[in-house]
Ligand binder design. Structure first.
Ligand code: ADP
Ligand code: ZN
Ligand code: ZN
Length: 749
């Protein structure tokens, strides 16, 4: 019988990120198991910790080992497979083990900030006759006691205490007295806080599958039987991918296995949830960040206890505590939102690959625009490629037309709306249908600059232009929230010709209002979606056709499925093309194609107008032709020529500090340490294509200076070794700046 436990204490500090030994008191012997959450003394404090392993002897003098004080949950929250996954996560994302453990649990569980909700239930303790005798013998003034007994006798002998109080006025004190007399029993009963309890589920079984859907389900089904297999499901929008996911999930359930389905947070709309709950009922659990702490905790418990077996959720749902995992689906696998920007900086798709491999499950990645890297992996045979190349019921793909905005300017049209888009909008509105106008905020915010000298108003804290907000006449930083008044003269040259340029969503809204006075519009961007459910409210209003035009950023590019939308305008397609990031071309293609997919989802044919200043660029041309293959061929050649992923990897170490010199010094130290590591390992040198020590492109963010060491290395061979060496170097920077290390970071800015 092991008498000691190895414990990771829940303190986020590199210096204590190792196991500590504790003695297991005899009274707790049965409940201290690997994965349990416990309370232990640590220095002069009491802290929470996680049991990693049990051992027969401590690694330090037994006299110095202290006792575990308590076990905090009824069942250990971490499954053995999750403990292994945490170690893997630490080793591959270069985080602390405690960070890896934390990401696997509902945040509010730590420190017991959320608990099991229980309702008090009242039950008659005696038989019908005995109860009747008690009622008959009660004195006339015992009104409430009589009412309670009568009501219970008439209503099946049991009720929630709160309901009984409402019905009969019998309060807690009254009920307690009745318990003491042996007439009633009172007990707590755990109940689930269920999100979407009021949601109407979409009824009905699956529609008859198409031939292509059947092919896909069959090959995935065979993988389910084998307990291995990875698929890349390439299907145009509306081709029936989601239906394939549900059919495969059904098969996994029939085999007694569980299922995790990841969906980008923004696509996890009530409609989407209703589709799954309609098919799977109470077996479906939903996990995402808009749930209340209580709801999330209870959904998590339903999964942990095996009561829910199909998990639908956003990024972190990949850590759902399911046993017997049979299938993981990642919808829209190319989405950057699957990558976490805080420690642990994991990619949910990579975690899914790991989980499927180690737990014997099949993996399905779906997308209308697969990421170039994964499509390449499929070509190399590392994924089985499945295709759904046409829309359900032969609905036509939308008709896409490209408008050269340079021609508009030459023709004297200075509006952000081209003449072509104007004509189409007019016809669409005239038919009583709906339109979506899309623009990418990131590349197309409206900034203020000086026409005389070219000065651009930038945030004093972040190295980025400030965004102009009409109405309030302010400039706001979209990274740190800093707000300033618009200057009346140029701070650099004193010229009064300082004006705002470009066109954010507000600018488009104004242009449309001028062209179509009185038309109702909804706007969805970072400003209008601050509140908890505000983005859902906007979508709902649009669905109910309270407005004919929806103007928005990336947020509206995907997932929406509204039959009355027959026109989509991409206001400035090339605005993301020139960001200093190797993914910018791919992102432009994806965005245009995704947003085009919003048009003509029903019987009515859809039209898409793509406005651009760069109509000849292959990402625009192939997106307009809706030809993924053609785009992929061009892009993979470009990547090969420039040695971008998947032909090389970027390994980036960023130090941030409020003090510019500290960040720079720590980054310099890291560079020197890396140089000397290379002297010892000359074979690594051949792997490294470049090593650059510079400020980050976004040199200042939220008041912190950012300095980077960027390595470009050949994949495979020594890549992982170099990353590990760099992660050791990164620890404990001399001046204490904050470090992050990432392989192929989601953003290179
Ligand atoms: P995707 O996920 O590829 O965009 P969906 O699975 O959402 O496609 O399918 C698009 C629409 O077609 C949905 O309304 C869905 O209910 C419907 N659908 C899917 N498969 C079929 C089918 N085999 N027969 C009829 N309708 C289908
Ligand atoms: Zn100026
Ligand atoms: Zn700022």
């Amino acid at each position: 019988m092991p008498q000691y436990a190895q414990i990771i204490v829940d303190i986020a500090s590199a210096s204590v990120d190792r196991v500590f030994d504790y003695r297991i008191p005899r009274t707790l012997a049965e409940r201290v198991v690997p994965g349990a959450r416990v309370s232990v003394p640590f220095g002069h404090r009491r802290v929470e910790g996680y049991v990693i392993a049990l051992v027969a002897a401590p690694s330090v003098e037994a006299a110095r080992v202290r006792d575990i004080e308590a076990v905090l949950d009824e069942e250990p929250p971490l499954l053995p497979s999750m403990l292994e996954m945490a170690v893997w996560l630490r080793d591959t994302t270069y985080c602390r083990l405690v960070d890896a453990l934390r990401v696997m649990l509902p945040a509010q569980m730590r420190g017991d900030r959320v608990r099991v909700k229980s309702v008090r239930t009242v039950t008659l303790a005696q038989s019908e006759e005995e109860t009747q005798q008690v009622i008959d013998a009660l004195p006339a003034r015992a009104v409430r006691q009589r009412a309670a007994l009568v009501w219970l006798a008439q209503n099946g002998g049991q009720a929630d205490a709160a309901e009984l109080a409402r019905e009969t006025g019998a309060d807690a004190a009254t009920l307690r007295r009745m318990c003491e007399r042996g007439w009633l029993t009172l007990e707590g009963r755990a109940v689930d806080r269920r999100p979407y309890a009021g949601l109407e589920s979409e009824p009905g079984g699956p529609p008859e599958s198409t031939w292509a859907q059947r092919q896909a389900v069959e090959s995935i089904g065979r993988a389910l039987e084998r307990g291995e297999g990875r698929f890349l499901l390439h299907g145009v929008t509306g081709s029936g991918k989601t239906e394939v996911y549900m059919l495969c999930a059904q098969r996994a359930l029939e085999r007694g296995r569980t299922v995790v389905i990841l969906v980008p947070e923004i696509s996890l709309t009530p409609q989407m949830v209703a589709r799954f709950t309609g098919r799977f009922g109470d077996r479906a659990a939903v996990l995402h960040s808009r749930l209340s702490a209580g709801e999330r905790f209870d959904e998590w418990r339903r999964i942990r206890q095996g009561r829910a077996t199909v998990v639908i959720g956003a990024r972190s749902a990949i850590f759902a505590p399911v046993s017997d995992l049979g299938l993981v689906v990642v919808d829209e696998e190319h989405e950057m939102s699957y990558r976490s920007e805080n420690a642990p900086r994991y990619d949910a798709v990579t975690v899914a690959e790991y989980r499927c491999a180690s737990e014997g499950a099949a993996l399905v990645l779906g997308s209308a625009t697969p990421s170039v890297e994964r499509y390449h992996a499929a070509e190399q045979g590392r994924y089985t490629l499945l295709r759904l190349m046409s829309r359900i019921e032969g609905r036509p793909m939308p008709f896409v037309e490209v408008v050269d905005m340079r021609g508009e300017l030459a023709a004297g049209n200075r509006s952000v709306i081209s003449r072509k888009l104007y004509t189409e909008l007019k016809q669409c509105l005239g038919r009583g249908e709906q339109a979506i106008l899309f623009l990418n905020r990131r590349g197309f915010s409206s900034f203020v600059s000086c026409r005389a000298c070219g000065y651009v108003c930038r945030c004093a804290l972040c190295d980025i232009s400030l965004t102009y907000h009409r109405g309030e006449e302010t400039l706001r930083c979209h990274y740190c929230g800093q707000t300033e008044l618009v200057p009346s003269v140029c701070p650099a040259c004193g010229s009064p010709y300082i004006k705002h340029f470009g066109g954010g969503t507000q600018r488009v809204e104004e242009a449309v209002a001028k062209l179509f006075p009185g038309v109702k519009m909804l706007r969805m961007d970072a400003d209008t979606t601050r509140g908890k459910d505000s983005h859902l409210a906007i979508l709902e209003a649009f669905r109910r056709r309270q407005s004919q035009i929806l103007i928005g950023t990336q947020m509206i590019a995907k997932g929406l499925d509204y039959p009355m939308v027959t026109l989509v305008g991409v206001v400035a397609a090339d605005q993301t093309l020139h960001l200093p990031d190797w993914r910018s071309v791919e992102r432009t293609f994806q965005l245009v194609l995704q947003v085009a997919g919003r048009a003509g989802r029903d019987e009515r044919p859809g039209r898409v107008i793509v406005q651009t200043y760069d109509p000849g660029h292959y990402s625009i041309e192939t997106a307009a032709a809706q030809d993924y293959e053609a785009f992929y061929r061009r892009e993979i050649e470009a990547r090969k020529a420039a040695l971008y992923p998947p032909f090389a990897q970027f390994l980036r170490l960023v130090y941030t500090s409020e003090d510019a010199r500290c960040a720079a010094r720590d980054a310099d130290d890291a560079e020197r340490a890396m140089q000397s590591a290379l002297l010892e390992r000359p074979e690594w040198r051949t792997s490294i294509l470049r090593m650059d020590r510079t400020p980050a492109p976004m040199a200042r963010l939220r008041g912190r200076y950012r300095e980077q060491l960027l390595l470009k290395i050949y994949p495979g061979l020594y890549g992982d070794d170099i990353a590990r060496a760099l992660s050791r170097i990164a620890q404990n920077p001399a001046t204490g700046s904050v470090v992050s290390l990432e392989m192929n970071p989601a953003s290179m800015l």
